[in-house]
Write a protein that binds this ligand. Structure first.
Ligand code: NZQ
Ligand code: ZN
Length: 391
């Protein structure tokens, strides 16, 4: 395996009785705060009022950016950066799911950029080496944005959705209270759970790279955790243990710990970002539809053993099956989990998506090198075939 450096700066407050620490954390970073949130769920669940109490306790002056969209828009990032520049904001406070936290990360970078369009940064036409500090309060277990440095921003004018990594863009502090996710509905809980699993699949587990056995075993345990607790959280939304396990699994699935020494492109994420760029669908749902079709498409003598191992160690597939039969059974069990247990619709056509843009989307998914180098190498024609299998 490759040499690696592991570092993750995010300080985590985990649990039900932690939010009273927010005012002190705000004080560490300054006196002017931009509060960022989405379409109103934080008001409906009573979290907004608690956050405002903490802001008042901190003595900070604060400004608000409301209405961050699921699949956050670059125009919303620009609005946030403008407030930061005009008001000399010291620290950003994101309260919401991955979209809100991602939008906040992009604002943190754009606020330090002399230009007025963050899209220059997202597309790497310009670089910034400095960002504003970020505190997050997570309300949906899915993306891992609460403990990683990435963000994903959409430009709906051009049907583009790109991941962006700025220097030092992890949240400095994240508050993870599982009770804040009790109100996440069954659909978002299922989609978020598929996203958590896909991070592990895409970044590390379905890989031919030489990796540390310890990490592979932990990846399987995190995957088993999601398989156990996602159905419980859907059945009983206020089950604390289920919500807590999903929340910490979400952070661990993408906080780099599980991927030390590994680097590969993320096949399903590349493909899914094109789906949500063109059709504004829920990210985790797109991944659930793609994953079993992708695995079926790339199944061969070389990929079968790892796919079978996943089924045996995570989904209870019979070890005595041969490599190929075991791998096929694993894929059937993944479908069963996503589409029967989590009740996600199984086809792109269920979401109103047809084949009209597949060729263009496939080309864009491979834009970096003309291919995606993952578990197997995918060329645009492969990506197009996989999209078609999902119809
Ligand atoms: O807008 P609000 O009112 O907050 O409602 C949201 C939204 O409608 C709602 N919600 C959130 N918390 C809730 C709640 N509803 C009731 N109770 C709560 N406690 O759920 C809906 C979806 O929220 P969103 O933030 O969009 O979901 P998610 O956390 O899945 O984030 C998805 C975005 O993150 C990106 C995705 O591409 C997508 O744009 N990703 C970010 C990554 C990263 N930063 O590393 C990696 C991922 O692979 C992913 O690409
Ligand atoms: Zn994801």
């Amino acid at each position: 395996m490759q040499d690696f450096i592991f570092s993750n700066k995010t300080k985590i407050y985990f649990g039900k009785n932690q939010l009273h620490n927010l005012s002190e954390e705000i004080k560490r970073f300054g006196k002017k705060v931009l509060l960022v949130y989405g379409g109103g769920s934080i008001k409906r669940i009573g979290l907004y009022d608690k956050v405002i109490d903490e802001l008042n306790k901190s003595g900070a002056q604060f400004f608000e950016l409301a209405g961050v969209e699921p699949n956050p828009r670059h125009t919303t990032v620009n609005r946030g950066a403008e407030i930061c520049k005009k008001e000399n904001v010291d620290v950003l406070l994101a309260v919401g799911g991955g979209s809100t936290i991602d939008c906040t990360k992009a604002i943190a970078a754009a606020a330090k950029y002399d230009g007025d369009d963050c899209w220059d940064l997202i597309t790497h036409k310009a670089e910034v080496n400095e960002t504003l500090p970020i505190i997050s309060v997570l309300t949906l277990s899915a993306t891992g944005s609460e403990m990683d440095g990435g963000c994903v921003i959409s430009n709906v004018d051009t049907n583009e959705k790109y991941g962006y990594f700025a220097v030092d863009n992890n949240p400095d502090v994240s508050f993870l209270d599982p009770t804040n996710t009790y109100t996440v509905n069954a659909y978002q809980t299922a989609s978020g759970s598929a996203d958590i699993m896909s991070h592990i699949f895409d970044v590390a587990y379905f890989s031919k790279q030489d990796e540390m056995d310890m990490l592979l075993r932990i990846q399987e345990e995190v995957l088993r955790t999601v398989v156990k607790y996602a159905p419980i959280a859907i059945e009983k939304p206020d089950d604390y243990d289920a919500r807590a396990n999903l929340m910490w699994a979400s952070s661990w699935a993408l906080n780099d710990f599980l991927y030390d020494g590994l680097s590969q492109e993320t096949a399903c994420h590349r493909m899914e970002h094109e789906l949500s760029a063109f059709y504004d669908i829920t990210h985790g749902h797109g991944l659930a539809i793609l994953t079993p079709r992708w695995l079926s498409y790339i199944l061969d003598e070389e990929t079968a053993p790892r796919i079978k191992r996943f089924g045996v160690n995570v989904l209870g597939v019979d070890y005595s099956l041969g490599e190929m039969d075991g791998a096929k059974e694993s894929i059937r069990q993944i479908e069963k989990f996503f589409f029967e247990e989590l009740k996600l619709q199984s086809k792109l056509s269920d979401l109103g998506i047809g084949e009209e843009n597949f060729a263009l989307m496939a080309k864009k998914a491979c834009r970096k090198k003309g291919k995606i180098e993952a578990f197997t190498t995918l060329y645009p024609e492969d990506v197009e075939n996989i999209f078609r299998m999902c119809l």
